[in-house]
Design a protein around this ligand. Sequence first.
Ligand SMILES: C[S@@+](CC[C@H](N)C(=O)[O-])C[C@H]1O[C@@H](n2cnc3c(N)ncnc32)[C@H](O)[C@@H]1O
Length: 211
Amino acid sequence: MNLYDRNQKQRDFFNEKIDTYDQVHETFMGTKKMIAENLDEDTNKVLDLGAGTGLELIHLFEIYPNASVTVIDISEKMLNELSKRNFADRVTTICGDFFEINFGNNYDAVISTSALHHFKPEEKIILYKKVFDCLKNNGLFVNCDKISLSQEEQNRSIYELENNIDNYKHIDTPLTVENEMSILGQVGFNDISSSEVEKSNYRLIKARKKK
Ligand SMILES: C[S@@+](CC[C@H](N)C(=O)[O-])C[C@H]1O[C@@H](n2cnc3c(N)ncnc32)[C@H](O)[C@@H]1O
């Protein structure tokens, strides 16, 4: 299945999960809170990739009440839930696929959590180049996401994805931290760091655009 079709499957998956999504994800709010805690003090213009119902934005708006946030998400049902939050008037939502939508430019920060672990390394290069290009000089990318704990684990999940004959199963394909950081370096980021979070198979990765 090609990337476009896989992403449409993600859309169906998250649309179908809408009734239980917040209940499940509230169990690891710590990983979402960490996003805002790692931004620069003067952050204002933010792009959130895959914000879903907006759980990470609850804390972001507590710390940055005047932030202006753009969200790109492929699931209209997730975005509909976000639109009910009390900060929705400060959020511009764009419903579409990361690989199809223009990200815009001049962001202080691009953030993401639990949303980018479905892509192969060659796809991540394309995605992270878009992230790099849409940031201001000195802008920050903060991503707290699922990772593979070994190269074998990464290889196994990508093999499973590529051999998912009936295309039925939802398969996560997280990369290792080393591969994530290497790709960020390849597209031009500097000051790339990773830290452990409350979930053992998650990491918070930060990278800065410096020209
Ligand atoms: C697990 S949810 C995370 C939502 C939120 N960031 C959180 O942590 O609660 C992943 C989100 O990414 C979105 N997503 C997945 N693949 C996408 C793609 N290719 N383009 C845009 N959004 C995508 C899904 O629709 C979903 O809302």
